[in-house]
Design a protein around this ligand. Structure first.
Ligand SMILES: Nc1ncnc2c1ncn2[C@@H]1O[C@H](COP(=O)(O)OP(=O)(O)OP(=O)(O)O)[C@@H](O)[C@H]1O
Ligand SMILES: [Mg+2]
Length: 231
């Protein structure tokens, strides 16, 4: 079953068109990744889905419902979770409070479930989020995004700016989550993305130029070289 369907969207910042005729699908239970160089339109795609930048043309359907013109909070109520590129944890609140706010909206998952995936967060439960390391803040942002009835998690550059060991922790956690969550993730770390994803799309200058199984792209270094690698 298709969970999310993006159908031919054009998204702009003022006069400047960031997405051109972008279409993609995420099926129930899949991990789908969007790859592409800086400025390709990856974040804009997620912002279009969560409602922070509505497309000017085209439509977005989530669980069979047209959400193209719904408010972000309505999309979150419908089961979308969002982990922004800059994490945006609430710095003056504790770790536990950061989790409690979405958890109180309902949903099957509990704060204990999040601590089971990220044991470190439990130890830091009463610390203010602003005092966490970058990796810990990322774990908190992911945990927060999963709570409150999330069925599809939108994950923007989970590995960005993290030390290799922390990227490994995040990779392990995402592997655990794969079984119970549908994920649309943006990544610059191609290896991490292809390791986790079932399918992938490549964006170049706001246009989808490739889509295929992750294993297929893994075996096509020339495509990675052409569209993603930075030399
Ligand atoms: N707030 C904004 N105002 C104007 N232009 C923007 C804004 N945000 C992004 N853009 C432009 O839209 C295009 C797509 O940006 P986007 O942030 O989606 O790229 P990205 O693929 O996420 O890049 P990165 O890998 O650097 O995060 C770029 O040309 C960018 O300069
Ligand atoms: Mg981005």
């Amino acid at each position: 079953m298709t969970m999310l369907s993006i159908d031919a969207i054009d998204t702009y910042y003022g006069q400047s068109q960031a997405l051109k005729n972008v279409s993609l699908e995420v099926n129930d239970g899949e991990v789908v990744t969007i790859l592409g160089r800086n400025g390709a339109g990856k974040t804009t795609t997620l912002k279009s889905v969560i409602g922070f930048n509505e497309p000017r043309r085209g439509s977005i359907t989530f669980k069979g419902e047209d959400i193209t013109h719904k408010e972000p909070y309505e999309r979150i109520q419908a089961g979308l979770g969002y982990v922004p590129e800059d994490r945006e944890v609430w710095g003056k609140l504790t770790v536990e409070e950061n989790l409690k706010i979405p958890a109180d909206r309902g949903g099957n998952r509990t704060i204990e479930d999040i601590y089971a995936v990220f044991p470190k967060l439990e130890k830091l439960a009463s610390n203010n989020a602003e005092n966490l390391s970058g990796g810990e803040q990322q774990m908190l942002a992911i945990g927060r995004g999963m709570l409150g009835g999330t069925e599809l998690l939108l994950l923007d550059e989970a590995s960005e700016g993290l030390a290799p060991k922390i990227v490994d922790d995040v990779r392990r956690a995402l592997h655990e989550l794969k079984d119970e969550l549908t994920i649309l993730m943006v990544e610059q770390n191609v290896k991490l993305a292809l390791d986790l994803a079932d399918r992938c799309y490549i964006l170049v200058n706001g246009e989808i130029v490739y889509d295929g199984a992750a294993t297929e792209l893994e075996n096509s270094p020339e495509i990675i070289e052409q569209h993603i690698s930075v030399d």
